[in-house]
Design a protein around this ligand. Structure first.
Ligand code: PGA
Ligand code: ZN
Length: 409
């Protein structure tokens, strides 16, 4: 029977993301409400991520157009979900997966499926008259709580032109409120800008893909040294921690890691991490080793129980990959990126699995982002350990932090 929750329309269009590459914006409507979600896109993607469908037509956007994914939403997926109850997230997502019919969503694309999946949840929340986080926490029976902010203030790796192998250097404020976290981050950014300009050149105050500075450091330890100096100068020692996302698959070649001009074996890199952990106030290291090296992660985790060893390319928000990481004892933290798996239900399944195994969830943006703020609601509703959304500048990153600020103030 048709109700205010029955899906009456699904529309989709191409938009450009924060790097100027095409992505999808999808709207799901009922008679009572509608919801729109704009899909993000990674640059240092894991090989086990669900498929991101792109046109490959070199005449448009260097082959990166998503016209075919848009067409799939408008025709196949729209037909499947029309008339269905927008609150039945699991059933809807099962229909989307069945319509695709492949294990990694290669036919219609995880980007197409995720657009419909999250837009449906947004429409459901609106039709219920609830906020997104209110709707999610009711559905999940979770206690909402503000996540720690993982702010990427120095960009390198695949997100910038630099000498550094490690991709991200983050600050993680331990302050109680989101507002205090934003105030502290602002202080750090100002001092960091002054220090890197002095140490390198005025060009070190330019921004990378995620809004962090792109500095001319030669060694992976240098950004940690600078950030530790910044914290000391601002009397923030013990109040703000540091975090790395090595994204190690991006500098793993023929069985070795290219770091600081050297070819390092797993053991050498493990030793380097040990030295960094000893010297700097690190709360976590993400993707310390190659995405197939469950054992490398496990060795780091076993040797340093006090920090979080976080899987991203390793686990790709996939329940099977998480199971494997658990079997190996590889991690005690996991990055959650809905577009790595392609539906909201599967994302939530991984979060619940992780939570039950006492693995900390860090909900994350992608380096190619849109102005969508859904992940802020998701992190808050779940009471996630962290929200990772880049530096506190650039509109597409601030959309998430501003949303969290609004929710919590
Ligand atoms: P990506 O990078 O969005 O380019 O994949 C983010 C990350 O590795 O955490
Ligand atoms: Zn990562």
């Amino acid at each position: 029977m048709k109700s205010r929750f029955s899906i009456t329309g699904v529309s989709a269009e191409e938009i450009l993301d924060s790097r100027g590459n095409p992505t999808l914006s999808v709207t799901v409507s009922t008679d009572a409400a509608s919801g729109t979600f704009s899909v993000p896109s990674g640059a240092s993607t894991g090989i086990h991520e669900a498929w991101e469908k792109r046109d490959g037509d070199q005449k448009r956007f260097r082959g990166l157009g998503v016209k075919k994914a848009v067409a799939g939403v408008r025709t196949v997926l729209a037909r499947k979900v029309k008339g269905k109850d927008v609150r039945q997230q699991k059933e809807l997502d099962a229909l989307l997966c069945a319509a695709d019919g492949t294990p990694n969503k290669r036919r219609l694309g995880a980007n197409a499926l995720l657009g419909v999946s999250i837009a449906s949840a947004k429409a459901a929340a609106a039709a219920e008259g609830l906020s997104m986080h209110g709707y999610l926490s009711r559905m999940l029976k979770t206690k909402p709580q503000a996540p720690r902010l993982f702010m990427n203030v120095i960009n390198a790796g695949k997100h910038a032109s630099s000498y550094l192998a490690f991709q991200e250097y983050m600050i993680v404020s331990l302050t109680d409120t989101v507002e205090e976290g934003l105030i502290v981050a602002d202080k750090i950014r100002a001092e960091l800008r002054a220090q890197v300009k002095k140490r390198y050149s005025p060009f070190s105050a330019n921004y990378g893909d995620e809004g962090g500075f792109v500095i001319q450091a030669r060694k992976v330890a240098e950004p940690l040294e600078i950030l530790t100096n910044v914290l000391a100068k601002l009397h923030l020692k013990g109040k703000v921690m540091l975090a790395i996302d090595s994204a190690a698959s991006s500098f793993y070649r023929n069985g070795k890691y290219d770091v600081d001009g050297k070819r390092m074996a797993q053991n050498d890199l493990l030793k380097l991490y040990g030295a960094l952990i000893k010297k700097y106030p690190l709360i976590s290291i993400e993707d310390p080793f190659d995405e197939e090296d469950f054992e490398g992660f496990a060795r780091l985790h076993a040797a340093h129980r006090g920090i979080k060893v976080i899987g991203d390319d390793l686990t790709v928000t996939n329940p099977g990959r998480l199971e494997q990481a658990l079997e190996h004892g590889s991690i005690n933290g996991i990055i959650i990126k809905p577009n790595q798996i392609g539906t909201l239900s599967e994302t939530l399944e991984v979060m619940k699995l992780a939570d039950a195994a006492r693995i900390a969830c860090v909900v994350s943006h992608r380096s190619g982002e849109t102005n969508d703020d859904f992940i802020a609601d998701l992190a808050y509703a779940f009471g996630a350990f962290g929200l990772k959304a880049g530096a506190p500048n650039r509109g597409e990153r601030l959309a998430k932090y501003n949303r969290l600020w609004r929710i919590t103030s």
